[in-house]
Design a protein around this ligand. Structure first.
Ligand SMILES: NC(=O)c1ccc[n+]([C@@H]2O[C@H](COP(=O)([O-])OP(=O)(O)OC[C@H]3O[C@@H](n4cnc5c(N)ncnc54)[C@H](OP(=O)(O)O)[C@@H]3O)[C@@H](O)[C@H]2O)c1
Length: 273
């Protein structure tokens, strides 16, 4: 059972996970450890009772679940540093780093240890993450344990490891894609008469409502769109103009561009490690 969680790499996503764990109300802050070298940037977490340290060994030795949350170029050194302190029987290693596969991670720690790949997004801090998880087939039990932790912080699905790059683009980068969309909608709102704050609130809540409609009903978006588009009405006029201007195409091409980028870096990291 996972009780103590250490997050190695308290940057954007590491901190978001720590805040998400706190937000659940299910974890004692003292059972969470976050590490980074520049410790002063973690003072806000320390004020909430989370343990902060630059000592990765201490963090590993005081955890059931170790979450690797550094940038790809920092993975090699970190995994080699902690390899000696990992205990095969008790530890579970989870990595949110997109471009290192399970085999490469296990090779770098040089131990037989349960490795689970996890791809959350920034909304984990408010317990609204979409988190994809993957593991080797013989890790079913550990995968379920880790999934139960991430289930507390949003929705999760288990995927084939080969889909991790795609999950990174759709779920993790996806937050930025939707935020940019909300900004564009807000800009339109300002032009038609709202103050910036009002426009952003209307755009954000409307976007949340659209998502909730689909998540609750599992309906296809067009089924809900049909309910808003009266013949010769204003909604269909706007939607068609957006389509003529390439809204769908821009989003699909953006996703493909990010996917091509991640596919290239995946290959080089997993071959070199
Ligand atoms: N940002 C997202 O939304 C998101 C979502 C899913 C996955 N990811 C993945 O998560 C990873 C981190 O992304 P990020 O955006 O959080 O990057 P980031 O903000 O740069 O965070 C990386 C953190 O790792 C720390 N670090 C580096 N080497 C370390 C070491 N040896 N020991 C302990 N801490 C160390 C850095 O702090 P110091 O320099 O002070 O040590 C920094 O705080 C990346 O692989 C990214 O692809 C990110």
């Amino acid at each position: 059972m996972i009780k103590k969680i250490s997050i190695l790499g308290g940057g954007n996503i590491g901190k978001a996970i720590a805040l998400g764990l706190l937000q659940t109300g299910l974890h004692n802050p003292e059972s969470i450890i976050v590490t980074r070298r520049n410790l002063s940037l973690l003072n806000d977490l320390a004020e909430k009772g989370i343990k902060i340290t630059s000592d990765n060994r201490f963090a590993v030795e005081n955890a059931d679940l170790i979450i690797i949350a550094v940038r790809p170029r920092q993975v090699n050194n970190l995994l080699k540093e902690i390899g000696n302190y990992i205990k095969s029987e008790t530890h579970v290693l989870a990595s949110v780093v997109p471009s290192y596969n399970i085999d490469a991670i296990a090779r770098l720690v040089d131990k037989s240890v349960s490795v689970i790949r996890v791809m959350p997004n920034l909304a984990i801090s408010v317990n609204e993450s979409m988190t994809c998880l993957a593991a080797n087939t013989d890790e079913h039990e550990k995968l379920e344990e880790v999934q139960s932790v991430f289930n507390q912080m949003g929705k999760t699905i288990i995927i084939d490891e080969q889909l991790m790059p795609a999950a990174t683009v759709l779920g993790a980068c996806g937050i930025a894609f939707f935020l940019r969309t909300i900004r564009a909608v807000s800009q339109g709102g300002i032009q038609i008469g709202f103050h910036a704050e009002e426009a952003q609130l209307i755009a954000s809540q409307t976007s949340k409502g659209a998502s909730a409609l689909l998540i609750d009903s599992k309906n296809h978006p067009e089924k809900e769109i049909d309910k808003v588009t009266t013949p010769r009405g204003i909604t269909i006029a706007g939607l068609n103009e957006m389509d003529h201007r390439g809204l769908n195409s821009a989003l699909i091409k953006g996703i493909m561009t990010s996917f091509n980028e991640i596919s290239n870096s995946d290959q080089s990291n997993n071959i070199n490690s």
